[in-house]
Design a protein around this ligand. Structure first.
Ligand code: ZN
Ligand code: ZN
Length: 371
């Protein structure tokens, strides 16, 4: 199996800005050159697998976007099986070159059914989402049976071509109608569309070609990921029965909320409370940031709902990596309970400023027992 870390663009020999047409052209050329039926070089199998893997990702706008963003972690790690059988090669060959290997055999081969996608719910902390991290996950998954190498047939025996559909995997019925000939094509009921039948099942997997195992994977969580995002790891889902391709694993990310920071995309928000005196005279407050607590100056004369912006203390943008800001919203709190001394001082302050604090039920001095 090709376990290479080469860049997909490099494998296809195209620029990162290549158009879909350029990617397709490069792929066709390389696939023709390295197809193991044509090229007898011992590395041809691996090269062809690698070329297919690269093309599968780069030809799909969604997966290409993820690859650009997350690298292989976004589209499945290296060593992902994918096209590991020559049956798979033939299908690709058919699609592009109209015939070839399978046509020579006479009939279109039925294909193994692909495996199911899996979902893994991963909980991470607020800080891990902002800074990115590596997580090890473990989950049960259906993998290829080692005893029969996925064929489902007992070692020493082989699956046979389905007699009902002659290995095509589909059955056709032709009817004459008033409008002409109607051809009805459906999956073969005998082999379920696979085209092959296991007569002597493998004892390990009972003819399924796959068994359950626990798989451990390291998942790269990119900095800036947010609640509800999913990371798709292609080929890490279940393999299909009897040699079917593997599905994808979707890692659904859940981010624990921060006790005092709120997040909106790349921006973080923190609400700080200061007293009237602190707002008027200035003070220093401690703001929690993802890089640790930070002292922030509140200037003398700060008004209610003033925003202090800590540039670059927010969350990195997933694609661009540029960090947003941390917005500190300063709330000026009016005291509701005052000590006797505090009342006297406030009243003295009001008098000094020439402010009226009459309540209509007697002067403030009287109320305070100073009259
Ligand atoms: Zn088996
Ligand atoms: Zn059949």
């Amino acid at each position: 199996m090709a376990t290479t870390e080469r860049d997909y663009y490099e494998i296809l020999g195209v620029e990162r800005t290549a158009t879909d047409a350029e990617i397709k052209r490069a792929y066709r050329k390389l696939a023709q050159q390295w197809h193991p039926d044509v090229n007898k070089d011992p590395t041809a199998h691996d090269r062809f697998t690698e070329i297919n893997e690269a093309y599968q990702v780069l030809s799909d706008p969604d997966r290409r976007g993820r690859y650009d963003m997350f690298g292989r972690a976004g589209v499945g790690g290296a060593g992902a099986p994918g096209f590991d059988t020559f049956g798979g090669f033939s299908d690709i060959f058919d699609a592009f070159f109209g015939g070839g290997a399978a046509a020579a055999g006479g009939a279109r081969r039925g294909r193994p059914l692909p495996g199911a996608d899996l979902r893994y719910d991963l909980r991470i902390t607020f800080e891990e989402a902002v800074k990115g991290s590596e997580k090890e996950i473990e989950f049960p998954v259906l993998v290829r049976c080692d005893t029969c190498l996925g064929s489902g047939a007992k070692p020493g025996t082989e699956p046979t071509s389905c007699p009902q559909c002659n290995g095509r995997g589909e059955v056709r019925s032709i009817r004459q109608t008033m409008l002409g000939q109607m051809v009805n094509v459906s999956a073969c009921p005998r082999c379920g569309g696979e085209g092959r039948i296991v007569e002597t099942p493998c004892e390990t997997c009972r003819g399924e070609g796959r068994i359950e195992r626990r798989r451990t994977l390291r998942v790269t969580i990119p900095a800036g990921i947010d609640e509800g995002h999913q990371i798709r790891l292609s080929n890490e889902g279940e393999v299909g029965p009897r040699g079917g391709a593997a599905g994808s694993l979707y890692v659904a990310v859940h981010v624990q909320p921060h006790p005092s920071l709120k997040r909106d995309g790349t921006e973080l928000y923190y609400e700080a409370q200061v007293s009237i005196a602190q707002a008027a005279l200035g003070t220093k407050i401690t703001v929690p940031t993802v890089d640790g607590a930070e002292e922030v100056e509140v200037k003398p004369g700060t008004q209610p709902a003033t925003e202090i912006r800590l540039r670059g203390k927010g969350v990195p943008h997933l694609r661009r990596g540029v960090r947003g800001d941390l917005h500190v919203l300063v709330d000026v709190v009016v005291p509701t309970r005052l000590s006797k001394r505090a009342r006297e001082l406030l009243a003295a302050y009001a008098e000094e400023s020439g402010e009226s604090v009459e309540t209509g039920h007697g002067g403030i001095r009287e109320k305070l027992g100073l009259g």
